[in-house]
Design a protein. Sequence first.
Lengths: 395, 298
Amino acid sequence: MEIAVTGIGAISAIGNDVQENLASLLAKKTGIGKAELLSSKLAETHLFGEVKLSNNQLKAGLNWKGDAVSRTTLLCAWAMKEAIEQSGFEMDDQVGLVSSTSVGGMDRSEGFFEPYYTEQDFANVFVLGTHDCGTCTKQAAAHFGITGYATTISTACSSAANAIAMGARLLRQGKLKRVIVGGTDALCRFTANGFNSLMILDTEWCKPFSANRAGLNLGEAAAYLVLESKEEAEARGAEIHGLVTGWANTNDAYHQTASSPDGNGAFMAMSQALEKAGLQSTDIGYINAHGTGTQNNDQSESIAIHRVFGVQKPPISSTKAYTGHTLAAAGAIEAVYSLLALKEQKFLPNLNYQDPIEDNDWKPQLEVESGEINHVLSNSFGFGGNNSTVIFSKA
Amino acid sequence: MYLGAASCISYQDTFGGENPWSALAEANAESQLIQPDYKEFVSPAMLRRMSSALKMGVAGGKSCLQKSGLKTCDAITVGTGLGCVRDTLRFMKVMYEEAEIGLSPTSFIQSTHNSIAGQIALLLGNHGYNMTHVQAGLSLGYALSDAELLIGEGDAETVLVGAVDEKTEELVELLTKLAATANYDLPVIGEGGAFFLASKEKLVSSVAKVVEVSMVEPTTRDADLVLTNTPSEMQGGFNYTRFSGEHFSSPGFGLYLALKAFEAGVFMADGMLVENLDQILVHHSLFGQELTILLEKV
């Protein structure tokens, strides 16, 4: 069975829908800057890829009732709505949801935890009902009338790539007729401080794959894809944005947070995804890299890419300098960008690049450029040694 | 898909005990986990930093694989409702108390939901598929379903499947306050971890075949024994959460009891005796989310 993408939805720092995201990508316009909404001391010192809509604006756009909802869920529902409307299918009990998030409703529960930890004040304890990751998915599923299979993947920054792969497997095994897959994460104080404590946040714009890179910028986003069999999509005359042809999930088994120096997990993920797709490395027309801008990731990923592609590398870029690292949503937002690259037949640029990494025989794609792209390989790596790769192909 | 080798850490003597239901004690607020000697599974240096969720994960995962007789497995799928809640709360507390200055990353690193499955992979040196599902009381069900999909796709023949949730004093306090706002009658809160070796082919250690894993509807399936957390709705059901306490991974305890009953050919606990076990249903219902796992003797 071939897996078709018939709907895409995205909200990020560079746009509230797919078209706005595309326009920013082509205009080389970053969304990273001073955070206006994030409540954290780090908002004064660091840059973030913040979605420009407030929670009230998101709620109004979604016609969302009730106060017990996190920004993570609202972003999720916002992007799901676009993907569902675009795909244009009738909702039934054969539709599933495989969502992903790293910290779920943390943004909302921080509204409780601050007064609780500073003044032992329990007044807002009700918001803890929106805290866990599963609740985000359950609320979003209920909002759209999804009554079937609905799960939440949380494998840190590789989450959404794993959601896409799981969706593809559910379809191939006939468990569902249609599945919405993707990821969501809202900025929150917990995550910002966590990454800051690891000393991997750049206080300036992140510089993926640049020798002088100094860390990542955090961002928030949600993106979802509607997947169904190509046969089903063609039968109902749905527009096909691309096919999901390859996927793999491996574990680096090297360190809880750091990537191995030889990029073993990433190498295996890319190799196995190519094998699943039945492709050679030379078939890949563009790589949307994980490329967070940390010393460790970009070094390890560069080595892994070289091990897979040798000297014949296609254009490579990281789009993290547009959106920031959107954690569990990254694999989904970059899936949308990969599908846009396929559709537009354009390589997407890597912003803020200055100097080559010493051992790299390549530099990232720096300008928007047209070229033949039949297959895009997208990497998403995370804490816990999680390495995932997804391959998208022209329909 | 077959199940056999299993490890379970709970309020009962499940980890070392051969016949865990012979001496079940009702769980209460003071119940303590009966824990293995974790030093058999993890170095003391690592152990010192580990929360109970991580300890249960690595000991449960490693010992389950040992019991299966396999040297390695093709994939690891873990379900958890709240993940590493102790480290999450610890990092958050310091973050507010220290006003976001000079924080140590250790508890943040260990707070991620996938650190349980990640630590197992690290300790086993396992480079295979590694997945974490976080869907409240359905988490184990989705981890099992994921294993079924992997096996069905031909991507794995053996999958280590687990479910882990930990309890802290602070979590209980927060849940108590939260329940009060919703007039919800809070059950005895428990914790625990259970791991299972799922395989495509029947292994020497296999004791049951998975007939169905459903996270969608309340089941109407019949079975010789129903292990459930809602006895009032299921005639003849055995309420396992009275002994594990209620938590998002409590169905792992139920599934462990089911496999042990198949192994023994009889279920005898708390005045209940069931022989001729061909099918056992493990059921869990929480906040309207229904998990059913139907097993058949092999």
